[in-house]
Design a protein around this ligand. Sequence first.
Ligand code: NAP
Length: 333
Amino acid sequence: MKKIKLGKSDVEATRIALGTWAIGGTGWGGTDEQQSIETVQEAIRKGVTTIDTAPAYGKGLSEKLIGQAISEMDVNREDLVLATKAGIDWTEDGNYRDSRPEHLEKELEASLDRLQTDYLDVYQIHWPDTDISIEETAKKMKEFYEEGRIRAIGVSNFSPEQMDEWQKYAPIHTSQMHLNMLQRYLIDWFEYCRNHEIATLSWGSLAHGMLTGKYDKDASFPDDDLRSNIELFQGDKYPHLIDAVEELKDFAAKKDRNIIQLAVRWLLDHHTGADVALWGARKPSQVEGVQGADDFMLTADDLKVIDEILYKHVDDLDNGTLSEYGPPVRSEA
Ligand code: NAP
């Protein structure tokens, strides 16, 4: 699998990484633990040695299953890139943001423990916490970095203004943000990162499964599945997006690929796309096609055809909002 250096850090990640939100189960209608472990192992066997997770994914469950999957495999820790996050806590009522230094200290220890490792390759602040200053959080992350407990500092869902502020106090090596060919509202943030030598990781790369082509216009989801609540799946645009996806499937087939591979390549080959595309999966069969997404490239003409197909069906791919996803800050929780 092809690799890329993450910004100014010395971490080399695979350009396609495994996303493990669904493995945690929350927001995804639950999880099957054994299948999740096998998914992580299958991804690693296929060469996807970069894994993104977070304590918030199933209150530590996603990290724990990853730790277990790795411990049961014959793999060198140095050959893996483990990226996790901090800055979210929870009660029985739900999650809220907490990036206070003392909370980060506790979280780092807990994540290292669940992942069964003594360092992290990438440590990301999951969502900006506007209850405290960016300075306090950034300085604490810099401390972790200087102590060698983390190899790269990351932020996630931070605006360019927030990243500007952060960089007064600490470096940013990676930034994780929402992007896929159907949801481009943060593309300017990707451009900002490109201009500041910050490596980008895309989340929602497969539009939470829409870009797998498996849904039709009548698809429905359980209440505890995020897709039953978000605009992408529930809004007026949904049937038009499905029409576009159907046509994209034909275009992918002409190139001897499937739509998932096309969607991942769009992220990796678009001029303001991602350095690393997170491919969310929770069943071993779902990572079957990763190598076929790694070993080809879309040309400028291909990217043009994709846009022609998409804009024929949907004219506002640039609209969207992060507010559907982020947990509240402490003061509003
Ligand atoms: P995604 O990658 O857009 O979609 C993943 C889902 O697509 C899978 O869970 C699975 O859903 C379906 N899928 C994947 N491969 C498939 C295949 N081969 N065949 C059929 N279905 C397939 O969604 P995402 O998980 O939201 O985003 C990716 C990763 O980004 C996450 O896992 C997480 O690591 C990260 N993330 C970060 C943030 C953040 O705030 N930083 C937010 C969201 C996500 P089903 O099994 O339900 O069908």
